[in-house]
Design a protein. Structure first.
Length: 567
């Protein structure tokens, strides 16, 4: 491809609204442009990266027997009503009406369509298992679209679905996907970890996420170097370092003006870990008092799971109305107006400082479970250094980008949508499903997050938009251009993707753009060609240069390619 005939609008400045490195670099290198919040145009270079990622995904899905199909973006509400998700999903779903006032929605995922299709096309156990996949646009009205293409409202997803006769067969399909995913992320050049996750709105019996470590991520995972345990912090159990006061024995003390945990701990000269945070939540009309240790944070997804219902933090006026005290003085002992108290597991042992239920006072030496009754649940966000639930070794916590996930769905969709089959005994049974997603744009952006330097992107070989960036220095020099064209023909003929920067620009400008674009191999054709018959080959990652006779370029590129493709 020739630069002068392409749309590669590189920019010197970072876009004003960008925080994530991948966002800045993908805009500056001319890969994407934002049309509206969370809605992007992919320009030619960006499209090439996505095409490369998709080719890897297709190859690995085909290798496990996946069959590519295309399901629609526009869905009738009916199938979503049947699965129960028309009501269960809130503002994230784009809804609309057709000209006959029928409810429709834009597909945010395709379990319903798959179950609808299976209900019509699968009759007997002889037709199972099946693996269906697509690489198709998803529409989600994300609450906070941000970070460039990492979280957009319209995005491509490779979603696949497995249909099996029973859970043992599902386990086989699931592990085939797990292995295919490892190959996809390995080939794409990503560092990643696999962690247990909360199946959330998917339901089902087991799920894992593929997480690429990066500061630009929106998830945290707890990882154990000792035994390999890994889980999203929304699920991760951790064994807290024990805390609590040395002696029980309840007494009330004055804490004038102290509202926060830090203020109370300072006034009473105790560690924050010896206090309890009393948080008031509304689960529908019910008032729920939620207790975590003073040095801990509540994870709201854990609370949702413990309550088996969505809950929201009560407003200060609601706290005053239902409990008769202000937020800073709420406590569990003799609490009035509370339907239920749920305490974090770490509070099972020890005595603590709690709000006294009247302004200006706290209770010291309160023993949960004895001084007040409560339900127990794991509610806290796992902290660095707390014990691994499997082996006790200290946990690390890392920021990550979720690039893919795999779910065992079971019969959550096949039963309501009536996707049944006849087994060997002629009995009707529900098909057992699995669902598996990957975001190609997230792979691209995560690769940029993990592979860049101060000057630009450093693409992993397999997903680079081009493999060779050819830079003739003096495009008006006919001999130099002829030599560059010959190199271009030779490389293209051998199957390499070549971008030739044929702009009549200063060398410095072209080199800056080459660094920004991040193509793995740069070849400079300059004065040295006429003088010594050599061109310069430079690797983007190491910036290692070498001079190569022009007739040896193809061999030299092949050598580098072999090494980079294996890295
Ligand atoms: P998240 O927790 O980040 O919102 P999710 O659990 O909603 O992700 P899935 O519905 O399982 O994600 O989608 C499968 C894959 O699609 C994700 O692993 C991710 O790679 C990609 N993906 C999901 N949402 C987006 C989005 N808004 N923009 C870009 N890619 C996305
Ligand atoms: Mg989501």
């Amino acid at each position: 491809m020739r630069w002068t005939r392409s749309l590669i609008p590189t920019l010197r400045e970072d876009p004003a609204d960008a925080e994530a490195i991948s966002h800045k670099l993908m805009v500056r290198a001319g890969l994407v442009r934002q049309l509206a919040a969370g809605i992007y145009v992919y320009l030619p270079v960006g499209q090439r990266v996505i095409d490369k990622v998709n080719a890897i995904i297709r190859a690995e899905m085909d290798a496990i027997g996946g069959q590519e199909i295309t399901m629609p973006v526009l869905h009738p509400a009916e199938i979503w009503r049947q699965s129960g998700r028309w009501d269960a999903i809130g503002g994230e779903m784009f809804r609309l009406k057709d000209r006959n006032q029928r409810d429709m929605c834009l597909g945010m995922t395709h379990e319903e369509v798959v179950a609808w299709l299976a209900a019509r096309e699968i009759r007997s156990y002889r037709e199972l298992p099946q693996i269906w996949y697509q690489i198709q646009t998803k529409e989600r009205d994300e609450a906070r679209p941000r970070s460039g293409v990492l979280r957009t409202r319209e995005f491509l997803m490779k979603d696949s679905y497995t249909l099996d006769p029973d859970t043992a067969a599902l386990d086989v399909s699931y592990s085939a996907h797990r292995q295919a995913y490892c190959k996809i992320f390995d080939r794409s050049g990503l560092r990643y970890v696999i962690v247990n996750s909360d199946p959330g709105m998917m339901g089902g019996s087991g799920s894992e996420e593929f997480m690429a470590p990066s500061d630009a991520g929106e998830d945290d995972v707890a990882l154990c170097a000792g035994c390999g345990y890994g889980a999203n912090v929304e699920l991760a159990r951790a064994v807290p370092v024990p805390a609590g006061l040395p002696e029980a024995g309840r007494r009330e003390v004055a804490t004038p003006g102290a509202r926060t945990i830090a203020e109370v701990a300072a006034q009473l000269k105790v560690d924050p870990a010896c206090t309890i945070k009393s948080l008031v939540f509304m689960a529908g009309e019910q008032v729920v008092l939620v207790l975590v240790r003073g040095d801990h944070n509540l994870h709201e997804r854990k609370l949702t799971r413990a309550l088996r219902a969505e809950a929201r933090a009560a407003h200060p006026e609601e706290v005053l109305k239902h409990l008769g005290v202000s937020v800073g003085s709420v406590g569990p002992v003799g609490a009035k107006g509370v339907a239920r108290i749920v305490a974090d597991e770490s509070l099972r042992s020890g005595a603590y400082v709690v709000g006294a239920g009247r302004d200006g006072y706290h209770l010291v030496g309160v023993t949960p479970g004895k001084d007040f009754a409560c339900d127990w649940a794991d509610l806290q966000v796992a902290l660095v250094g707390e014990g691994c639930p499997m082996c006790g070794k200290p946990l690390a916590v890392e920021r990550v980008i979720e690039v893919g996930n795999i779910f065992k769905l079971g019969t959550k969709f096949s039963e309501p949508l009536n996707a049944m089959y006849l087994d060997e005994q002629g009995q009707q049974k529900p098909i057992v499903m699995g669902s598996y997603g990957i975001g190609p744009a997230r792979i691209a952006a995560a690769a940029v997050e993990q592979h860049h330097d101060a000057d630009g992107i450093i693409w992993p070989w397999a997903i680079a938009p081009f493999q060779v960036h050819l830079v003739p220095i003096a495009v008006k020099d006919a001999a130099q251009m002829a030599a560059a064209e010959e190199i271009e023909r030779g490389l293209a003929g051998a199957g390499f993707d070549v971008l030739m920067d044929d702009r009549d620009e200063r060398a410095g400008v072209k080199f800056k753009d080459a660094d920004l674009l991040g193509v793995p191999i740069r070849i400079t054709v300059g004065n040295a060609l006429a003088k010594e018959g050599v061109v310069e080959i430079r690797e983007r990652a190491t910036r290692a240069d070498r001079k190569v006779p022009s007739h040896r370029v193809l061999d030299a590129v092949r050598d580098i390619a072999k090494r980079l493709a294996m890295a």
